[in-house]
Design a protein around this ligand. Structure first.
Ligand SMILES: Cc1cc2nc3c(=O)[nH]c(=O)nc-3n(C[C@H](O)[C@H](O)[C@H](O)COP(=O)(O)OP(=O)(O)OC[C@H]3O[C@@H](n4cnc5c(N)ncnc54)[C@H](O)[C@@H]3O)c2cc1C
Length: 391
């Protein structure tokens, strides 16, 4: 593992810092700027080719190296910069699937809207009773001429209520081993026969990303919306999940959360004394710091493996497990310090720290379950990293 940056990488970091200093107003100032600030930001970062920075230049991306991506993400997080583009799922795994498995025509059709923040893809994997055992999915698509006809149901689909399209896995071959019968379709959400029904979670008012059920009733999807070959869906899923679970520069987010936690511990009291003086609390905060450092080192190890072209799926699982446990533990400590789950009164001054700690502590399912549960990550680590037997 080599932690030193080359002169070119150092120069890239300076370029990023200079751009942020020139174009990103301080956080307090940004809060008072209207929606035009964000559209202006996307325009500027698009011109820099930072939206889709890891995509090849010939499809409109930035062609950034893995190390440059890491540096860019690190600097953006340090500056609390807004996201690069609005289509998180499109940029994260739908676009990459189109790049890797799609035709030239599909690249021209789907990628520009993702890069220009005009599309909003959501992910259609889970079904009632089918989550961890994803390869067992049952949503059925039958070929009829130049179309597939889709029937079935998906569940827990984040953002489908505001999405433009659903990246969907369907079963096209029921009579082959389950991994071989899955196919990937990109389906506009305004296609006749699709019904989106919101699921209100117990914290629905707190979270902008509402989940949904999506029903398909005789939905006709042209074959040209199929990504990859008929039956290639599992390969596409594996590649996409690895991208969803890796997050190499997340440690800056953890550092910021710990800073806020330390501030909170200075203001809060335990047994009448400042919480920051409490031995157990100090020990806990120090342990968070050590866990963040472990996360940073694991992130660098994963990055090194990626640069070497090695398979990083088990490292990504390790990172996801460690990072989400850490976030949940920090949020729960925050909740303890403010005295428990006091009533959340919206994003107002009346709620302690604008409800940040309540939302963090209540939002654990988002971090822990989304993208594959903690148990599933442990299985992957046990089998692929530690070489333990399946049974
Ligand atoms: C915030 C959030 C957002 C989501 N967004 C989406 C989305 O956009 N699109 C989408 O398709 N899905 C989405 N999901 C669904 C998510 O992927 C599934 O909920 C998840 O994969 C678990 O599947 P399940 O709910 O069917 O639970 P199950 O698979 O039934 O699991 C139930 C319990 O059994 C455990 N378990 C299951 N199998 C094993 C095993 N082999 N070994 C050990 N333990 C096991 C699990 O860890 C869990 O504790 C989202 C979920 C959440 C919470």
């Amino acid at each position: 593992m080599d932690f030193d940056l080359t002169p070119e990488e150092e120069a890239f970091r300076e370029d990023v810092r200079a751009f942020l200093a020139d174009n990103l107003p301080p956080l307090e100032e940004r809060r008072n700027l209207g929606p035009e600030f964000i559209s202006d930001w996307w325009k500027k970062v698009r011109e820099k080719r930072w939206i889709g920075f890891d995509w090849p230049r010939e499809v409109g991306g930035g062609g950034g190296t893995l190390m440059q991506q890491f540096i860019l993400k690190e600097e953006l997080l340090k500056a609390s910069a807004p996201p690069l583009g609005s289509d998180y799922t499109g940029l994260g795994w739908v676009g990459p699937a189109v790049i890797q498995f799609g035709t030239d025509e599909q690249k021209k059709r789907f990628l520009p809207d993702i890069l220009d923040s005009k599309s909003a893809w959501c992910t259609g994997y889970s079904e009632p009773g089918i989550g961890s055992d994803l390869a067992g999915l049952q949503c059925r698509a039958v070929r009829d001429g130049d179309d597939y006809v889709v029937n079935g149901q998906k569940i827990w689909i984040s953002l489908a209520h505001v999405g433009t399209g659903i990246y969907t896995m369907v079963r096209t071959k029921p009579d082959v081993p389950k991994f071989d019968g899955i196919t990937c379709l990109l389906i506009p959400l305004d296609t006749p026969g699709i019904e989106v029904r919101p699921i209100k979670s117990f914290a629905a008012d707190h979270f902008k990303d509402l989940y949904n059920e999506v029903f398909f009733n005789d939905v006709r999807v042209p074959v040209e919306n199929r990504i990859g070959e008929d039956g290639q869906g599992w390969e596409i899923i594996c590649s996409a999940l690895q991208k969803e679970r890796s997050g190499i520069a997340e440690v800056n987010r953890h550092h910021k959360a710990l800073e806020r936690l330390i501030k909170l511990a200075r203001k809060s009291k335990i047994a009448g004394k400042p919480a920051i003086e409490n031995h157990e609390m100090r020990r806990r905060l120090a342990a968070f710091d050590a866990r963040i450092e472990a996360s940073r080192l694991n992130g660098l190890r994963t990055l090194t493996s990626q640069i070497r072209g090695e398979n990083t799926s088990s490292d990504a699982s390790l990172g996801k497990l460690h990072n989400c446990n850490l976030l949940v533990a920090m949020a729960e400590t925050g909740l303890e310090l403010i005295g428990g789950p006091s009533p959340y009164t919206g994003d107002t001054e009346a709620s302690v720290y604008k409800g940040r700690w309540q939302v963090g502590a209540l939002g654990w399912p988002t971090t822990v379950i989304g993208g594959g549960t903690a148990n599933i990550q442990k299985n992957i680590i046990a089998e692929r990293l530690l070489g333990l037997p399946k049974d």
